[in-house]
Design a protein around this ligand. Structure first.
Ligand SMILES: Nc1ncnc2c1ncn2[C@@H]1O[C@H](COP(=O)(O)OP(=O)(O)OP(=O)(O)O)[C@@H](O)[C@H]1O
Length: 558
């Protein structure tokens, strides 16, 4: 019950008026249906005495029932679809608004499982609600009719129905637990799917690896999901069938035993039998909706566990206009880090990596190389500098302004970055310039891709390119952004020697000549001499120097 309450609160918040109207229409249709039942029962007992009035009433109720039913369904479907669409948008925004550290810790497979499985479960539950309401209205109407026929029989029937519901609830909690366990397998399943998509080549080339992959965690997750869902549904179906059994038991009592015990008139008896036969359909809809609603609540809880509470309006926090003012000025001279620390901790592996404490200042217009061994903390440093990770302690300052949550968004707008694991959007997003096509084409020529890629209406003609070519397109986006500060994370690693040379001897000096500040993470020591300064990273400790680190000088002179 509390599951459906949560769900209803969610829909209710989307549009109160429509919701009330739709529920009223549902109740209207239920009442009409019961009126029709009463008329039929009356007609059955007065065969040959049918009046024009009762026929007119029958037709009017029929028309009203269709009218209410159609309107209730349409209104509730509109409402539920609107809340599903809103929820999808809201969740996507929440994921982007959450701290990078949080989303990285969850991993893409968990986010994907939520965006697909949990959202689908929620959507399914929401879509069932209209029918649930209409059928609940029919059941309520039937109860009213039974009360009108005979109050003591009604109390008896009510007792049986409540007893049925209580018995039904016993296996329900077990079933919900099983569905929860099933959902637990979905994360592993999506991890497997992700491996299939990203590791297609590696799996195709090695039969044994592929077999072990399929027979291992993927099979386990797929089977586990199926087994738990089957067991959970079995409990529900057992409970549901028990409910049906109760109905037929009541009908059996009414038909075989009651007439001899109690002095029941025929109209009341047939009225009850008709209602009990009729009510089964709506009851089944309501009962079968319960496991779906349970899955919905499992989904809701999963979404909330990810820290993505759907009722919080946090996603707007980063977009308030006040924030965009603070560090907008292009007049900054220095970005400094004061005792900045960031650490990773992986509970499962019990490993710990700490970057910092870092104290350093980067001046506007400098070309700085960030160098160091694999895993020394270069990318982590870049994410901190870019404001993608918030420092655990210490702070980042732009001149005298401390970067905090209320100006973080505007701070990030100072930077353009190409990461090692960059993502290339086909559409050149975020540009309002009408001349963007021509500008992009000119840069494409500079990047020697004009024979491969065209730009039309701000869209790249293709992104099906080699890794090195794709990286050049990522650089194109950075060029177009025309920000103050450029960060390149091993950008040249996939470039041919000729273009690598162009990058270090033309592109980087060009950016510097334009007054841009550039941080280059690089292992290409033959070009280190073009830098103004160097940050050497070693096991999370950073050292800023005007001189090339000795290890590379030795190599050059050797
Ligand atoms: N998302 C993460 N969660 C936990 N630990 C991480 C995460 N990203 C990096 N690390 C750890 O932090 C350390 C620094 O990683 P980082 O990516 O900053 O190194 P890097 O100097 O850029 O290395 P490379 O030259 O190989 O790119 C590594 O030991 C790594 O295992």
């Amino acid at each position: 019950m509390e599951n459906s309450m949560e769900l209803m609160r969610f829909i209710f918040s989307s549009s109160r008026q429509t919701f009330i109207l739709a529920v009223l229409a549902g109740i209207g249709s239920g009442l009409c249906m019961v009126g029709l039942l009463a008329l039929v029962n009356q007609a059955l007992h007065n065969i040959g005495e049918v009046t024009v009035l009762s026929m007119g009433l029958f037709t009017a109720l029929l028309a009203a029932m269709v009218f209410f039913r159609v309107n209730s369904t349409v209104l509730l479907t509109k409402l539920s679809q609107k809340s599903i669409a809103e929820m999808r948008m809201r969740l996507s925004k929440k994921i982007l608004a959450a701290p990078l550290k949080v989303t990285e810790r969850q991993g893409p497979h968990k986010l994907l499982a939520t965006l697909t499985d949990d959202v689908a479960a929620l959507a399914n539950g929401i879509m069932r609600l209209p029918f649930l309401f209409i059928n609940l209205a029919v059941i309520s109407g039937c109860l009213v009719y039974m009360l009108w026929l005979s109050w003591w029989l009604f109390l008896l029937a009510l007792f049986f129905i409540f007893a049925g519901i209580m018995v039904y609830r016993l296996p329900e909690s077990r079933a919900l637990g099983l569905l929860n366990e099933a959902r637990g397998f979905a994360d592993n399943l999506y991890q497997g799917f992700q491996a299939i998509c990203s590791g297609t080549k590696e799996l195709k080339i090695h039969r044994k690896r592929r077999e072990m992959f399929f027979n291992g965690p993927l099979q386990e997750a797929a089977q586990g999901y199926a087994d738990k869902t089957i067991s959970g549904t079995r409990y529900y179906s057992f409970a549901g069938s028990f409910g049906l059994l109760m109905f037929f038991m009541i009908i059996g009592f009414l038909v075989y035993l009651f007439p001899s015990w109690a002095n029941l008139d025929a109209a009341t008896l047939t009225g009850y039998v008709m209602v009990f036969l009729f009510i089964q359909g709506p009851m089944e809809v309501v009962v079968s909706a319960i496991p779906e609603l349970a899955k919905t609540s499992v989904g809701l809880r999963k979404i909330q566990k990810l820290g993505l509470d759907l009722n919080l309006e946090e996603e707007g926090k980063l977009e308030t206009p006040d924030n965009v003012q603070l560090i907008e000025s292009k007049q900054w001279q220095t970005i400094s880090l004061d005792s900045v620390i960031h650490s990773y901790y992986r509970e499962l592996e019990d490993t710990h990596f700490q970057l910092g404490p870092i104290d350093m200042s980067i001046n506007r217009g400098e070309l700085i190389f960030l160098i160091g061994g694999n895993g020394s903390g270069k990318t982590t440093f870049a994410k901190l500098l870019l404001g993608l990770y918030e420092p655990e302690s210490g702070n980042i300052k732009v001149d005298d302004v401390i970067v905090e949550s209320n100006n973080l968004e505007s701070y990030r707008q100072l930077f353009s970055v190409v990461f090692v694991d960059f993502f290339l959007f086909e559409q050149l997003l975020g540009f309002e310039d009408a001349e963007i096509d021509a500008l992009a084409e000119s840069y494409i020529e500079k990047l020697q891709l004009n024979h491969k890629v065209k730009v039309e209406d701000g869209k790249l003609s293709t992104v099906q390119l080699s890794q090195g070519q794709k990286k050049r397109l990522a650089l194109l986006t950075a060029y177009l952004e025309d920000r103050d500060f450029y960060v390149f994370d091993e950008w040249a690693a996939d470039q041919d020697p000729l273009f690598k040379r162009i990058f270090y001897t033309q592109i980087l000096p060009d950016l510097k000549a334009k007054g841009k500040t550039v941080l280059v993470i690089s292992h290409d020591d033959q070009y280190f001499d073009i830098a103004d300064r160097y940050i050497k990273m070693d096991s999370g400790k950073a050292e800023l120097s005007e001189h090339m680190p000795e290890i590379f000088m030795d190599k050059e002179t050797a």
